[in-house]
Ligand binder design. Sequence first.
Ligand SMILES: *Cc1c(COP(=O)(O)O)cnc(C)c1O
Length: 218
Amino acid sequence: MGLLDITERLRAAERAAGRAPGSVTLIAVSKVQPMERVEAVLEAGHRIFGENYVQEAAGKWPALRDRFGPVAVHMIGPLQTKKAKLAVDLFDAIHTLDRPSLAQKLASLAQARGVCPDLFVQVNTGEEPQKAGVLPADLEGFLKDCRALDLSPAGLMCIPPEGEDSSPHFAMLARMAADHGLTGLSMGMSGDFEAAIAHGATHIRVGSAIFGARSYPV
Ligand SMILES: *Cc1c(COP(=O)(O)O)cnc(C)c1O
């Protein structure tokens, strides 16, 4: 456990998959972690983090960026349209683009600002009714809508169903990305990031294996 251990396992998984060293980006998911754990990972030199809540991130990262310099922060939680403006001001990437209303909002913000965070389209690979994400059957149409709005998603993201083998979901996401000419694959968490790398993940989102268990489940 810990940043060093996870970094070593990440490098080993890259090697095992025949991937170039450094081809997988490690997003350290710091949501609801105590500040001293986040500071320790920053002090160790890590500069790419993930957050689930706009408000929490807005309260935390401006001050940390003042202290530690540039830090990339990725939004990996559900994003309400009314928080999109705050989100584009704060985040370098948004992994949870999942509906036309959010695409429209992000497109108009991008137009006004002239820049846009990197965007990943979340796909509900398990077709779970309670889970966010575009259904696999709707992905093609949604990507067309995004492109019509001048948004160019960098890739796809998924959260496989709890308690299921993640590998078929990773394989499905990789296939869908390839079918649509997308190179980014945001997949793999503490329990399954090595499998995700074997299936081509470019971004893994690892929280508890770096920071320790969260004090309350989210
Ligand atoms: C919390 C969270 C993670 C990190 O989960 P761990 O199991 O702690 O590694 C990754 N992705 C998303 C979308 C999350 O919400």
